[in-house]
Design a protein around this ligand. Sequence first.
Ligand code: IFM
Length: 437
Amino acid sequence: MFSMSREAFGPEFVFGTATASYQIEGGQTDGRGTCIWDTFSATPGNVKGGETGKIACDHYNRWPEDLELIQRGGFNGYRFSFAWPRLIPEGTGAINQPGIDFYDRLIDGMLERGIQPFATLYHWDLPSTLQDRGGWMNRDIANWFADYAVLIQQKFGDRLKAIATINEPWCVAFLSHYLGVHAPGYRDIRAAARAMHHVLFAHGTAIKALRAEGASNLGIVLNLQKCEPASQSDEDKAASHLFDGVFNRWYLDGVFRGIYPQDVLDLLKPHMPKGFEADMGVVSAPLDWVGINYYSRSLLAHDPENPSFPVKSVDGPLEKTDIGWEIYPQGLEDLLVRVAREYTSGPIYVTENGMAEVDEVEDSRRVDYYDAHLKALLKAKEQGANMRGYFAWSLLDNYEWAEGYSKRFGLVRVDYETQKRTPKASYRAFQGMLHNG
Ligand code: IFM
């Protein structure tokens, strides 16, 4: 049971669940092209147990059952992502008709069940052929991405409630090109600097192309992390500020102000694409809403051993989820209020929030996690944040990227042997609140 009622959020507030194509679909037949996660996961050492998204939750075939779960839970929104290589197997050029047919069925299925489709264009499954051409390091990706966005608008735009361009650009750029944790697994500051700019340039280019096609209700989904210094020393405070710059301010300042933070540029400038300044008008193309994904905070300390990025994360003292992230609902309140005060008075959605928990159906710790974060959202709303919706991550246990299937975020348990779905206590907590008003 949650401690609040649905009414507290207002009648127009959307409650949804979120997923992503590579993490749940499977169905890698029917003409879908190869993506960077297929090859990254096939390379030993990248993903726990060498697990891949080949079958995942078999959502490609089981989507009606999954939509039933969303509907029965009382949710009226579903945040899903299109798989670029399912629609355009080579990334540019020829279209894969079975892919179009799949998303037609899925979107129509949502509408038939009173579920509003919130689509994400890119949640990390880049077609491999585009990676061969440099992927996010290549400026041309802005046009490849815009063409793909236009296809989506032409085929599905009439039925989508909202479109987000990119999911979590920090992960697309820094986690994947500097920390090397996600595909394509680079550990290279120049690669990261280029990806950090091109991902936002591609976002803005797609926004403009979508608007030219008549699309509306367009946004981006940023993952924000509450950054706090590990001690009160000036050095740790500076480390925390710099991490906030790379994680949060780069994307917020870029998208809402058309500038990159100077402290981060001081580090990255030698590696930035030449003439990037001229792109900043496109990067900051006006948006209709912003999505915030929130999970935890980071405690940061000065790292004298890394002059190119002198920051390290340190282990925090708070209770942790099964993936080792501290449970810190105050961070959600703080970040939502900060975004509302410093960046936008426009609509804000929490587009992801949730926790990894050990494999159990009576997940009472997760019920408490959601309750505490929903309270934080309400507090931010009271302080003026223009909150319009909340999407729980995730509908199903699914493929947690480099962690394989070892970490479970679902409201619904998935038995990967049989594909049986079992709603957990956290699902029932949402169901109770959403059905009882
Ligand atoms: O599973 C991911 C998701 O793909 C993006 N946001 C964070 C989730 C949990 O790590």
